[in-house]
Design a binder for this molecule. Structure first.
Ligand SMILES: Cc1cc2nc3c(=O)[nH]c(=O)nc-3n(C[C@H](O)[C@H](O)[C@H](O)COP(=O)(O)O)c2cc1C
Length: 350
């Protein structure tokens, strides 16, 4: 990337953003990802630095008010990240969502995010996630209830909503939904311009980010297929979004926040180092079975970095223990492996 692009990207990303009574340090955020954005992964991201806000995995609202943060697989964090952590909650019942949000507020975390983006059937059949986009009144009731619950504990805490285009390719309903959500009390929105139930096979329509961001009265972050610093700059410049939320590419390269926001350069050993760091963090935070499962999920995205990623992957996840994976990472992730600028599409749409 040329110097001018790097400088322009940094200028746009490194603008603090006031959200209600808090401030996000920059405008490059980690997207919420079930099974991937757990406490161990976020520790690795944090180690490299440069991420303005970290988002938790989706946490089911039901029962969250009494959840034990030291045993829950999803509602778990390090004290060091609490000032930058947004917990994402999912559900369809305003009362349940309010109870969950109140708990998040009591923990003194940065913010709470309402999931209106996930189109997995497990969620949508209960009216949660992207299903809420079919019911604007219920969506507004959820956000209002969440806002009121948070206000009772910590009026300075922002409420965010992550949503997608909706259930038809027409962007009109998303533009209207942005107004409904802001009116109900959302302080910022993260918009993924894809139609439900399409998961990630067809490209997101960035033009719809421009429409939503242009019409909304609160900051709108863009999300979807940002893989390179050039993509990031293009999304910012072509859509006018307030910032960018990165998902899968951040799993493939947890150092990208540091690289894009500060221009830090990383050598070829960083792939191995990141894998080993994650293995240590998984060992610290999870029991061995869960740690092994989570490493296997991560390894798909790690492998996607490499030109022959699909043939590398089986070797990377060979074995049944973190110690096995340490061995495979040290042996297979050699400095000379050829990487592409973009990840393997085949592995990325898994
Ligand atoms: C494995 C996986 C799990 C995800 N889980 C969630 C989730 O729990 N909540 C959510 O709002 N989005 C979830 N997403 C969607 C991402 O936040 C993001 O919108 C999507 O991956 C597109 O962004 P990207 O191209 O930068 O990855 C998930 C995505 C992936 C790949």
């Amino acid at each position: 990337m040329d110097m001018q692009t790097i400088e322009q990207l940094q200028k746009l990303l490194n603008r603090p953003l006031a959200l209600r009574g808090r401030e996000a340090g920059n405008r490059l955020w980690l997207a919420p990802m079930a099974g991937l954005g757990h406490v161990a992964f976020r520790e690795v991201v944090d180690g490299f630095g440069g991420c303005g806000l970290l988002f938790s995995e989706m946490c089911t609202a039901r029962g969250l008010d009494t959840e034990n943060r030291h045993t829950s697989p999803t509602f778990r964090w390090r004290d060091q990240e609490s000032g930058r952590l947004v917990v994402q909650i999912s559900g369809a019942d305003p009362r349940e969502m309010a109870l969950a949000a109140e708990r998040v507020a009591r923990e003194g975390l940065f913010g709470v995010d309402v999931n209106m983006g996930c189109s997995a059937t497990a969620l949508t059949k209960r009216g949660a996630g992207a299903a809420l986009l079919r019911e604007p009144e219920r969506a507004a009731a959820v956000v209002r209830a969440v806002r009121q619950a948070v206000d009772r504990v910590d009026p300075a805490m922002p409420v965010l909503v992550k949503f997608r285009t909706g259930w038809s390719p027409d962007p009109g309903p998303a533009v209207e939904m942005a107004a409904v959500l802001a009116e109900a009390g959302a302080d910022a929105l993260v918009f993924h311009p894809r139609v439900a139930p399409d998961r990630r096979t067809r490209p997101p329509v960035w033009e719809h980010i421009r429409l939503v961001a242009g019409a909304a009265s609160v900051p709108v972050f863009g999300n979807g297929n940002v893989q390179t610093p050039e993509d990031c700059l293009r999304m910012l410049e072509s859509t006018g979004c307030a910032g960018v939320s990165v998902g899968r590419m951040a799993v493939a390269r947890p150092w990208l926040f540091a690289s894009w926001s500060s221009g830090r350069e990383f050598g070829p050993q960083v792939y191995r180092e990141a894998a080993l760091q994650l293995l240590d963090a998984l060992e610290l935070h999870f029991d061995s079975q869960r740690a092994v499962q989570r490493y296997r999920k991560f390894a798909v995205y790690l492998a996607a970095n490499f030109c022959y990623g699909h043939s590398l992957l089986p070797g990377l996840i060979k074995g049944n223990s973190l110690e096995d994976f340490r061995h495979t990472a040290r042996t297979l992730l050699q400095d000379g492996l050829k990487t592409g600028t973009r990840p393997s599409v085949h592995l990325f749409t898994r």
